[in-house]
Write a protein of this length. Sequence first.
Length: 541
Amino acid sequence: MSKADTLLSIEGLTIGFAVRRKINTVVDHISLEVKKGEILGIVGESGSGKTVTGLAVMGLLPTSAIILSGRIHFLGKNLLTMEEKELRRLRGGEISMVFQDSMTSFNPLLTIGAQVEEMIRLHSKHTREEYRALTLEALMEVGLTEALEIYNRYPHQLSGGMRQRAMIAMAMIAGPKLVIADEPTTALDVTTQGKILQLLKKMNDKYGTSMVLISHDLKVIQSICDRAIVMKDGRIVESGMAKELFIHPKTKYTRQLVASAPVLFSKSNGEVKETSYNTHNEEQKEILTIEKLNVYYSEKAVGLFGKKGRKQVIKDVTISVKQGETLGIVGESGSGKSTLAKAIVGLNKEIEGVININNDDAKSRLVSMSKPQMVFQDPFGSLNPTKKIGWILEEPLKLQTNLSKKERIARVNEMIQQVGLTSEYLERYPFQLSGGQRQRAAIAAALIVKPKLVILDEPVSSLDVTIQAQILHLLKELQKKHNLTYIFISHDLNVIFQMCNRVCVIYRGEIVEMKEAKELLYRPQHEYTKELLKSAMVLKT
């Protein structure tokens, strides 16, 4: 690579964090280059140093971070020796960043238009009308066709995919030479994910913008990146052309990453290889029946004398689930997946129709034993951050069983070990656990009262591929051990087909298709299902 072609070069970069008078190294002597006009992918597990590297380039490292050695050159200038004033001029104008969580990246008190427009105001001089016109044009270019309406909306009024498009507009509006995209599609459904990746590729092709795409998802990296770098424990363990790297990985760690990724389609002798599925006993009783279910949300009244309205989210849904099986529910963001889950567990009371959770022994058991439990995407939402894990697991036993203190402690210790953690984790707070450990604790909290039915709402979507594989294996083992019934909600079809016996496809609140997993995979009938499957075929090995 000639110097003239190099836009960004990192040489021997080492970054640490001060922890109890010791330096914890998170980026360890890494060196890399980004060519003009190329897309470089950085992949690795959580804690590998991917995001810290991106933040170092942007000059946005937290104050607790210490750059121990190295240089970061952008167009020949060392970013690490620049004054803050000069760095501010570069940010947005020459280098910009797209973050994973668009909701926390936008100011909730300002409209989308005001925030996108501010970026171009900082880096160019135009009239008020020209600023507005350029902003509307930028919103249109990222696929937000109702640009004027989006311009006047606040972040919370947009879907996740729309917010991410608006963030890309904000990152691109000043014409930067380099865009760093940190997990830009992690929380998005498979169709929206594909559209965002296509959008990034379009911007790269149209403007020649160089990009660094950071992700734990191999599909994402392989889909649009020219070259890829694999990081582990702050070091680069392998690099090469993206497609070649994941088809013929050279290092043991890269092979583990590829093996951990759930894949729908794999080429073996030119034919599609079938994925293995769980099997269930056809004679098992139905544990859940839902008939003609309609679910609504209340809408605030408009004006002083306006009446409250109701928005229908789930429309005439009828499904049944047998004990011991796993029913997958898929659909894009806003389709009604999570709304249906909340209705089943009783978190949404505005319903019409029948939800019946069968339990032959209901009269002889405590009510809690027949209640479904839920595991969420973000375990911070279900784990009390002010309490230790031991307290979190014991509390439902206090409230919902007649067990003695000794019996409760015994069950808590048994449960924490069943989810692959040791008893020492009972003395830790949720923030002291990694993402995978928190999800294991959340699963333990859901299973501690021995439910028959567990709702899993995007339980692995925010985890890297190796941790994701561990959690999915754990769920299968627990299901086998306790004859659990799962409703598995996900936007990731690779995960759905790995876990589920049957799959239910929801589109705009209605079931458009429901069949055995293998049949749906190879013989989809509805056009929306075909589109989902097409979007999922990003990674082919």
